[in-house]
Ligand binder design. Structure first.
Ligand SMILES: O=c1ccc(O)c[nH]1
Length: 349
């Protein structure tokens, strides 16, 4: 259902308030050909209504001849900021960047964050933005999950479908995605609601079964028959199964990059207002599939880069794969059991 400008402006004001935007600060809204016009129009009004200075920086799209998908997360690494010092200078001079074009996993994004600029990614359609409006409670839940990751030595994942994965932890930080940017230098994504980290380099081992009904992104498809990944020393060394395995294999081969088979981020979904079943309900080119990444109780793993976490591996190939019905443990503590989120039973504090 369409969203009214009034509701979307109020949603932006809510997120900008949680992001501690202050009167007189500078916000630059980064746009490109894929930017949603209503999201942009309402962001401009919301920022100015809060007394901040707003700029708009529109960048030409890149990688058209390289990517096999129009999904901005399908082909990573180079962005319109690559080799564009004037644009980078403007973003570094801003207190907050609203990324309505997708910089994710780019060296330039890391450079801009290190200057203290906050970056909030927001490219999902307005209906999903307002349904998954972030809350302080989301932040608490995600930070609690990230604290468990920080204190754990290992993440293990099993499922009745046959997943049996062991990931040593410690080399990389936990990343909290709760939908707003309340600290200088912070990146986040509205909508989101999950916690993730990376396995120690070359440390992931075991089997991952992408079962019927599990999701591939950017394909935005529900897998019709199981795909079995054999994981050795941090890489998917075998992809076996039927037609779904063949489609995934061919797609990955087009990148001609062995780094694309590396296990990238691992974590689980914490967003109770995101759903597994929505993938077929939106025009696939209008969404990047954040419901699939964030729905509570998924095990989300990814193939491809780890530069976002401070690793050295960059590759253009990035595949996000949320699985249902897994049991995820941090050391001995189960945080998800057969796809059901295990809530922390808070005491009286
Ligand atoms: O928000 C995101 C989106 C994609 C991804 O791979 C990680 N986080």
């Amino acid at each position: 259902m369409a969203v009214s400008d009034y509701q979307l402006i109020a949603a932006w004001q809510h997120v900008l308030t949680l992001s501690r935007l202050e009167r007189g600060q500078t916000v630059t809204i980064l746009t490109s050909a894929i930017t949603h016009p209503q999201t942009l129009a309402c962001a401009l009004i919301a920022v100015q209504s809060m007394g901040a200075v707003v700029n708009r920086l529109d960048l030409p799209p890149v990688n058209a001849e390289k990517s096999l998908s129009r999904d901005p997360l399908a082909y990573l690494g180079t962005t319109p900021l690559t080799g564009n010092p004037a644009a980078i200078a403007a973003l570094k001079a801003s207190d907050l960047v609203l990324d309505l074009m997708t910089l994710l996993f780019s060296p330039e994004q890391i450079d801009i964050l290190e200057s203290g600029t906050k970056i909030l990614l927001a490219v999902e359609p307005p209906e999903i933005l307002v349904r998954c409006l972030p809350t302080a409670e989301d932040r608490e839940r995600v930070l609690a999950a990230s604290a468990l990751i920080t204190n754990a030595k290992e993440m293990t994942v099993v499922s009745d479908a046959g997943t049996d994965l062991r990931c040593p932890l410690g080399e990389f930080p936990a990343i909290s995605e709760y939908g707003f940017v309340d600290e200088p230098g912070r990146w986040d994504h509205w909508p989101s609601g999950f916690s993730l980290t990376w396995p120690n380099e070359q440390g992931a081992n075991g089997t991952i079964v992408i079962d019927t009904g599990d999701i591939l992104l950017p394909q935005k498809s529900y897998v019709g028959s199981p795909i079995t990944l054999t994981v050795k020393n941090g890489y998917a060394v075998k992809i076996e199964g039927g037609i779904d395995a063949e489609r995934l294999s061919e797609y990955m081969e087009t990148f001609n990059d062995p780094e694309g088979y590396a296990i990238s981020h691992i974590g689980w979904g914490l967003q109770k207002r995101a759903y597994w079943s929505t993938l077929e309900l939106y025009d696939r080119e209008q969404t990047i599939g954040m419901d699939a990444r964030a729905f509570a109780g998924n095990f989300l793993f990814s193939l491809g880069p780890n530069n976002e976490a401070g690793g050295s591996r960059t590759t253009a190939c990035h595949i996000d794969i949320p699985l249902r019905n897994c049991t995820v443990r941090l050391d001995e503590k189960a945080v998800v059991i057969k796809g059901k989120l295990q809530e922390e039973r808070h005491g009286t504090q």
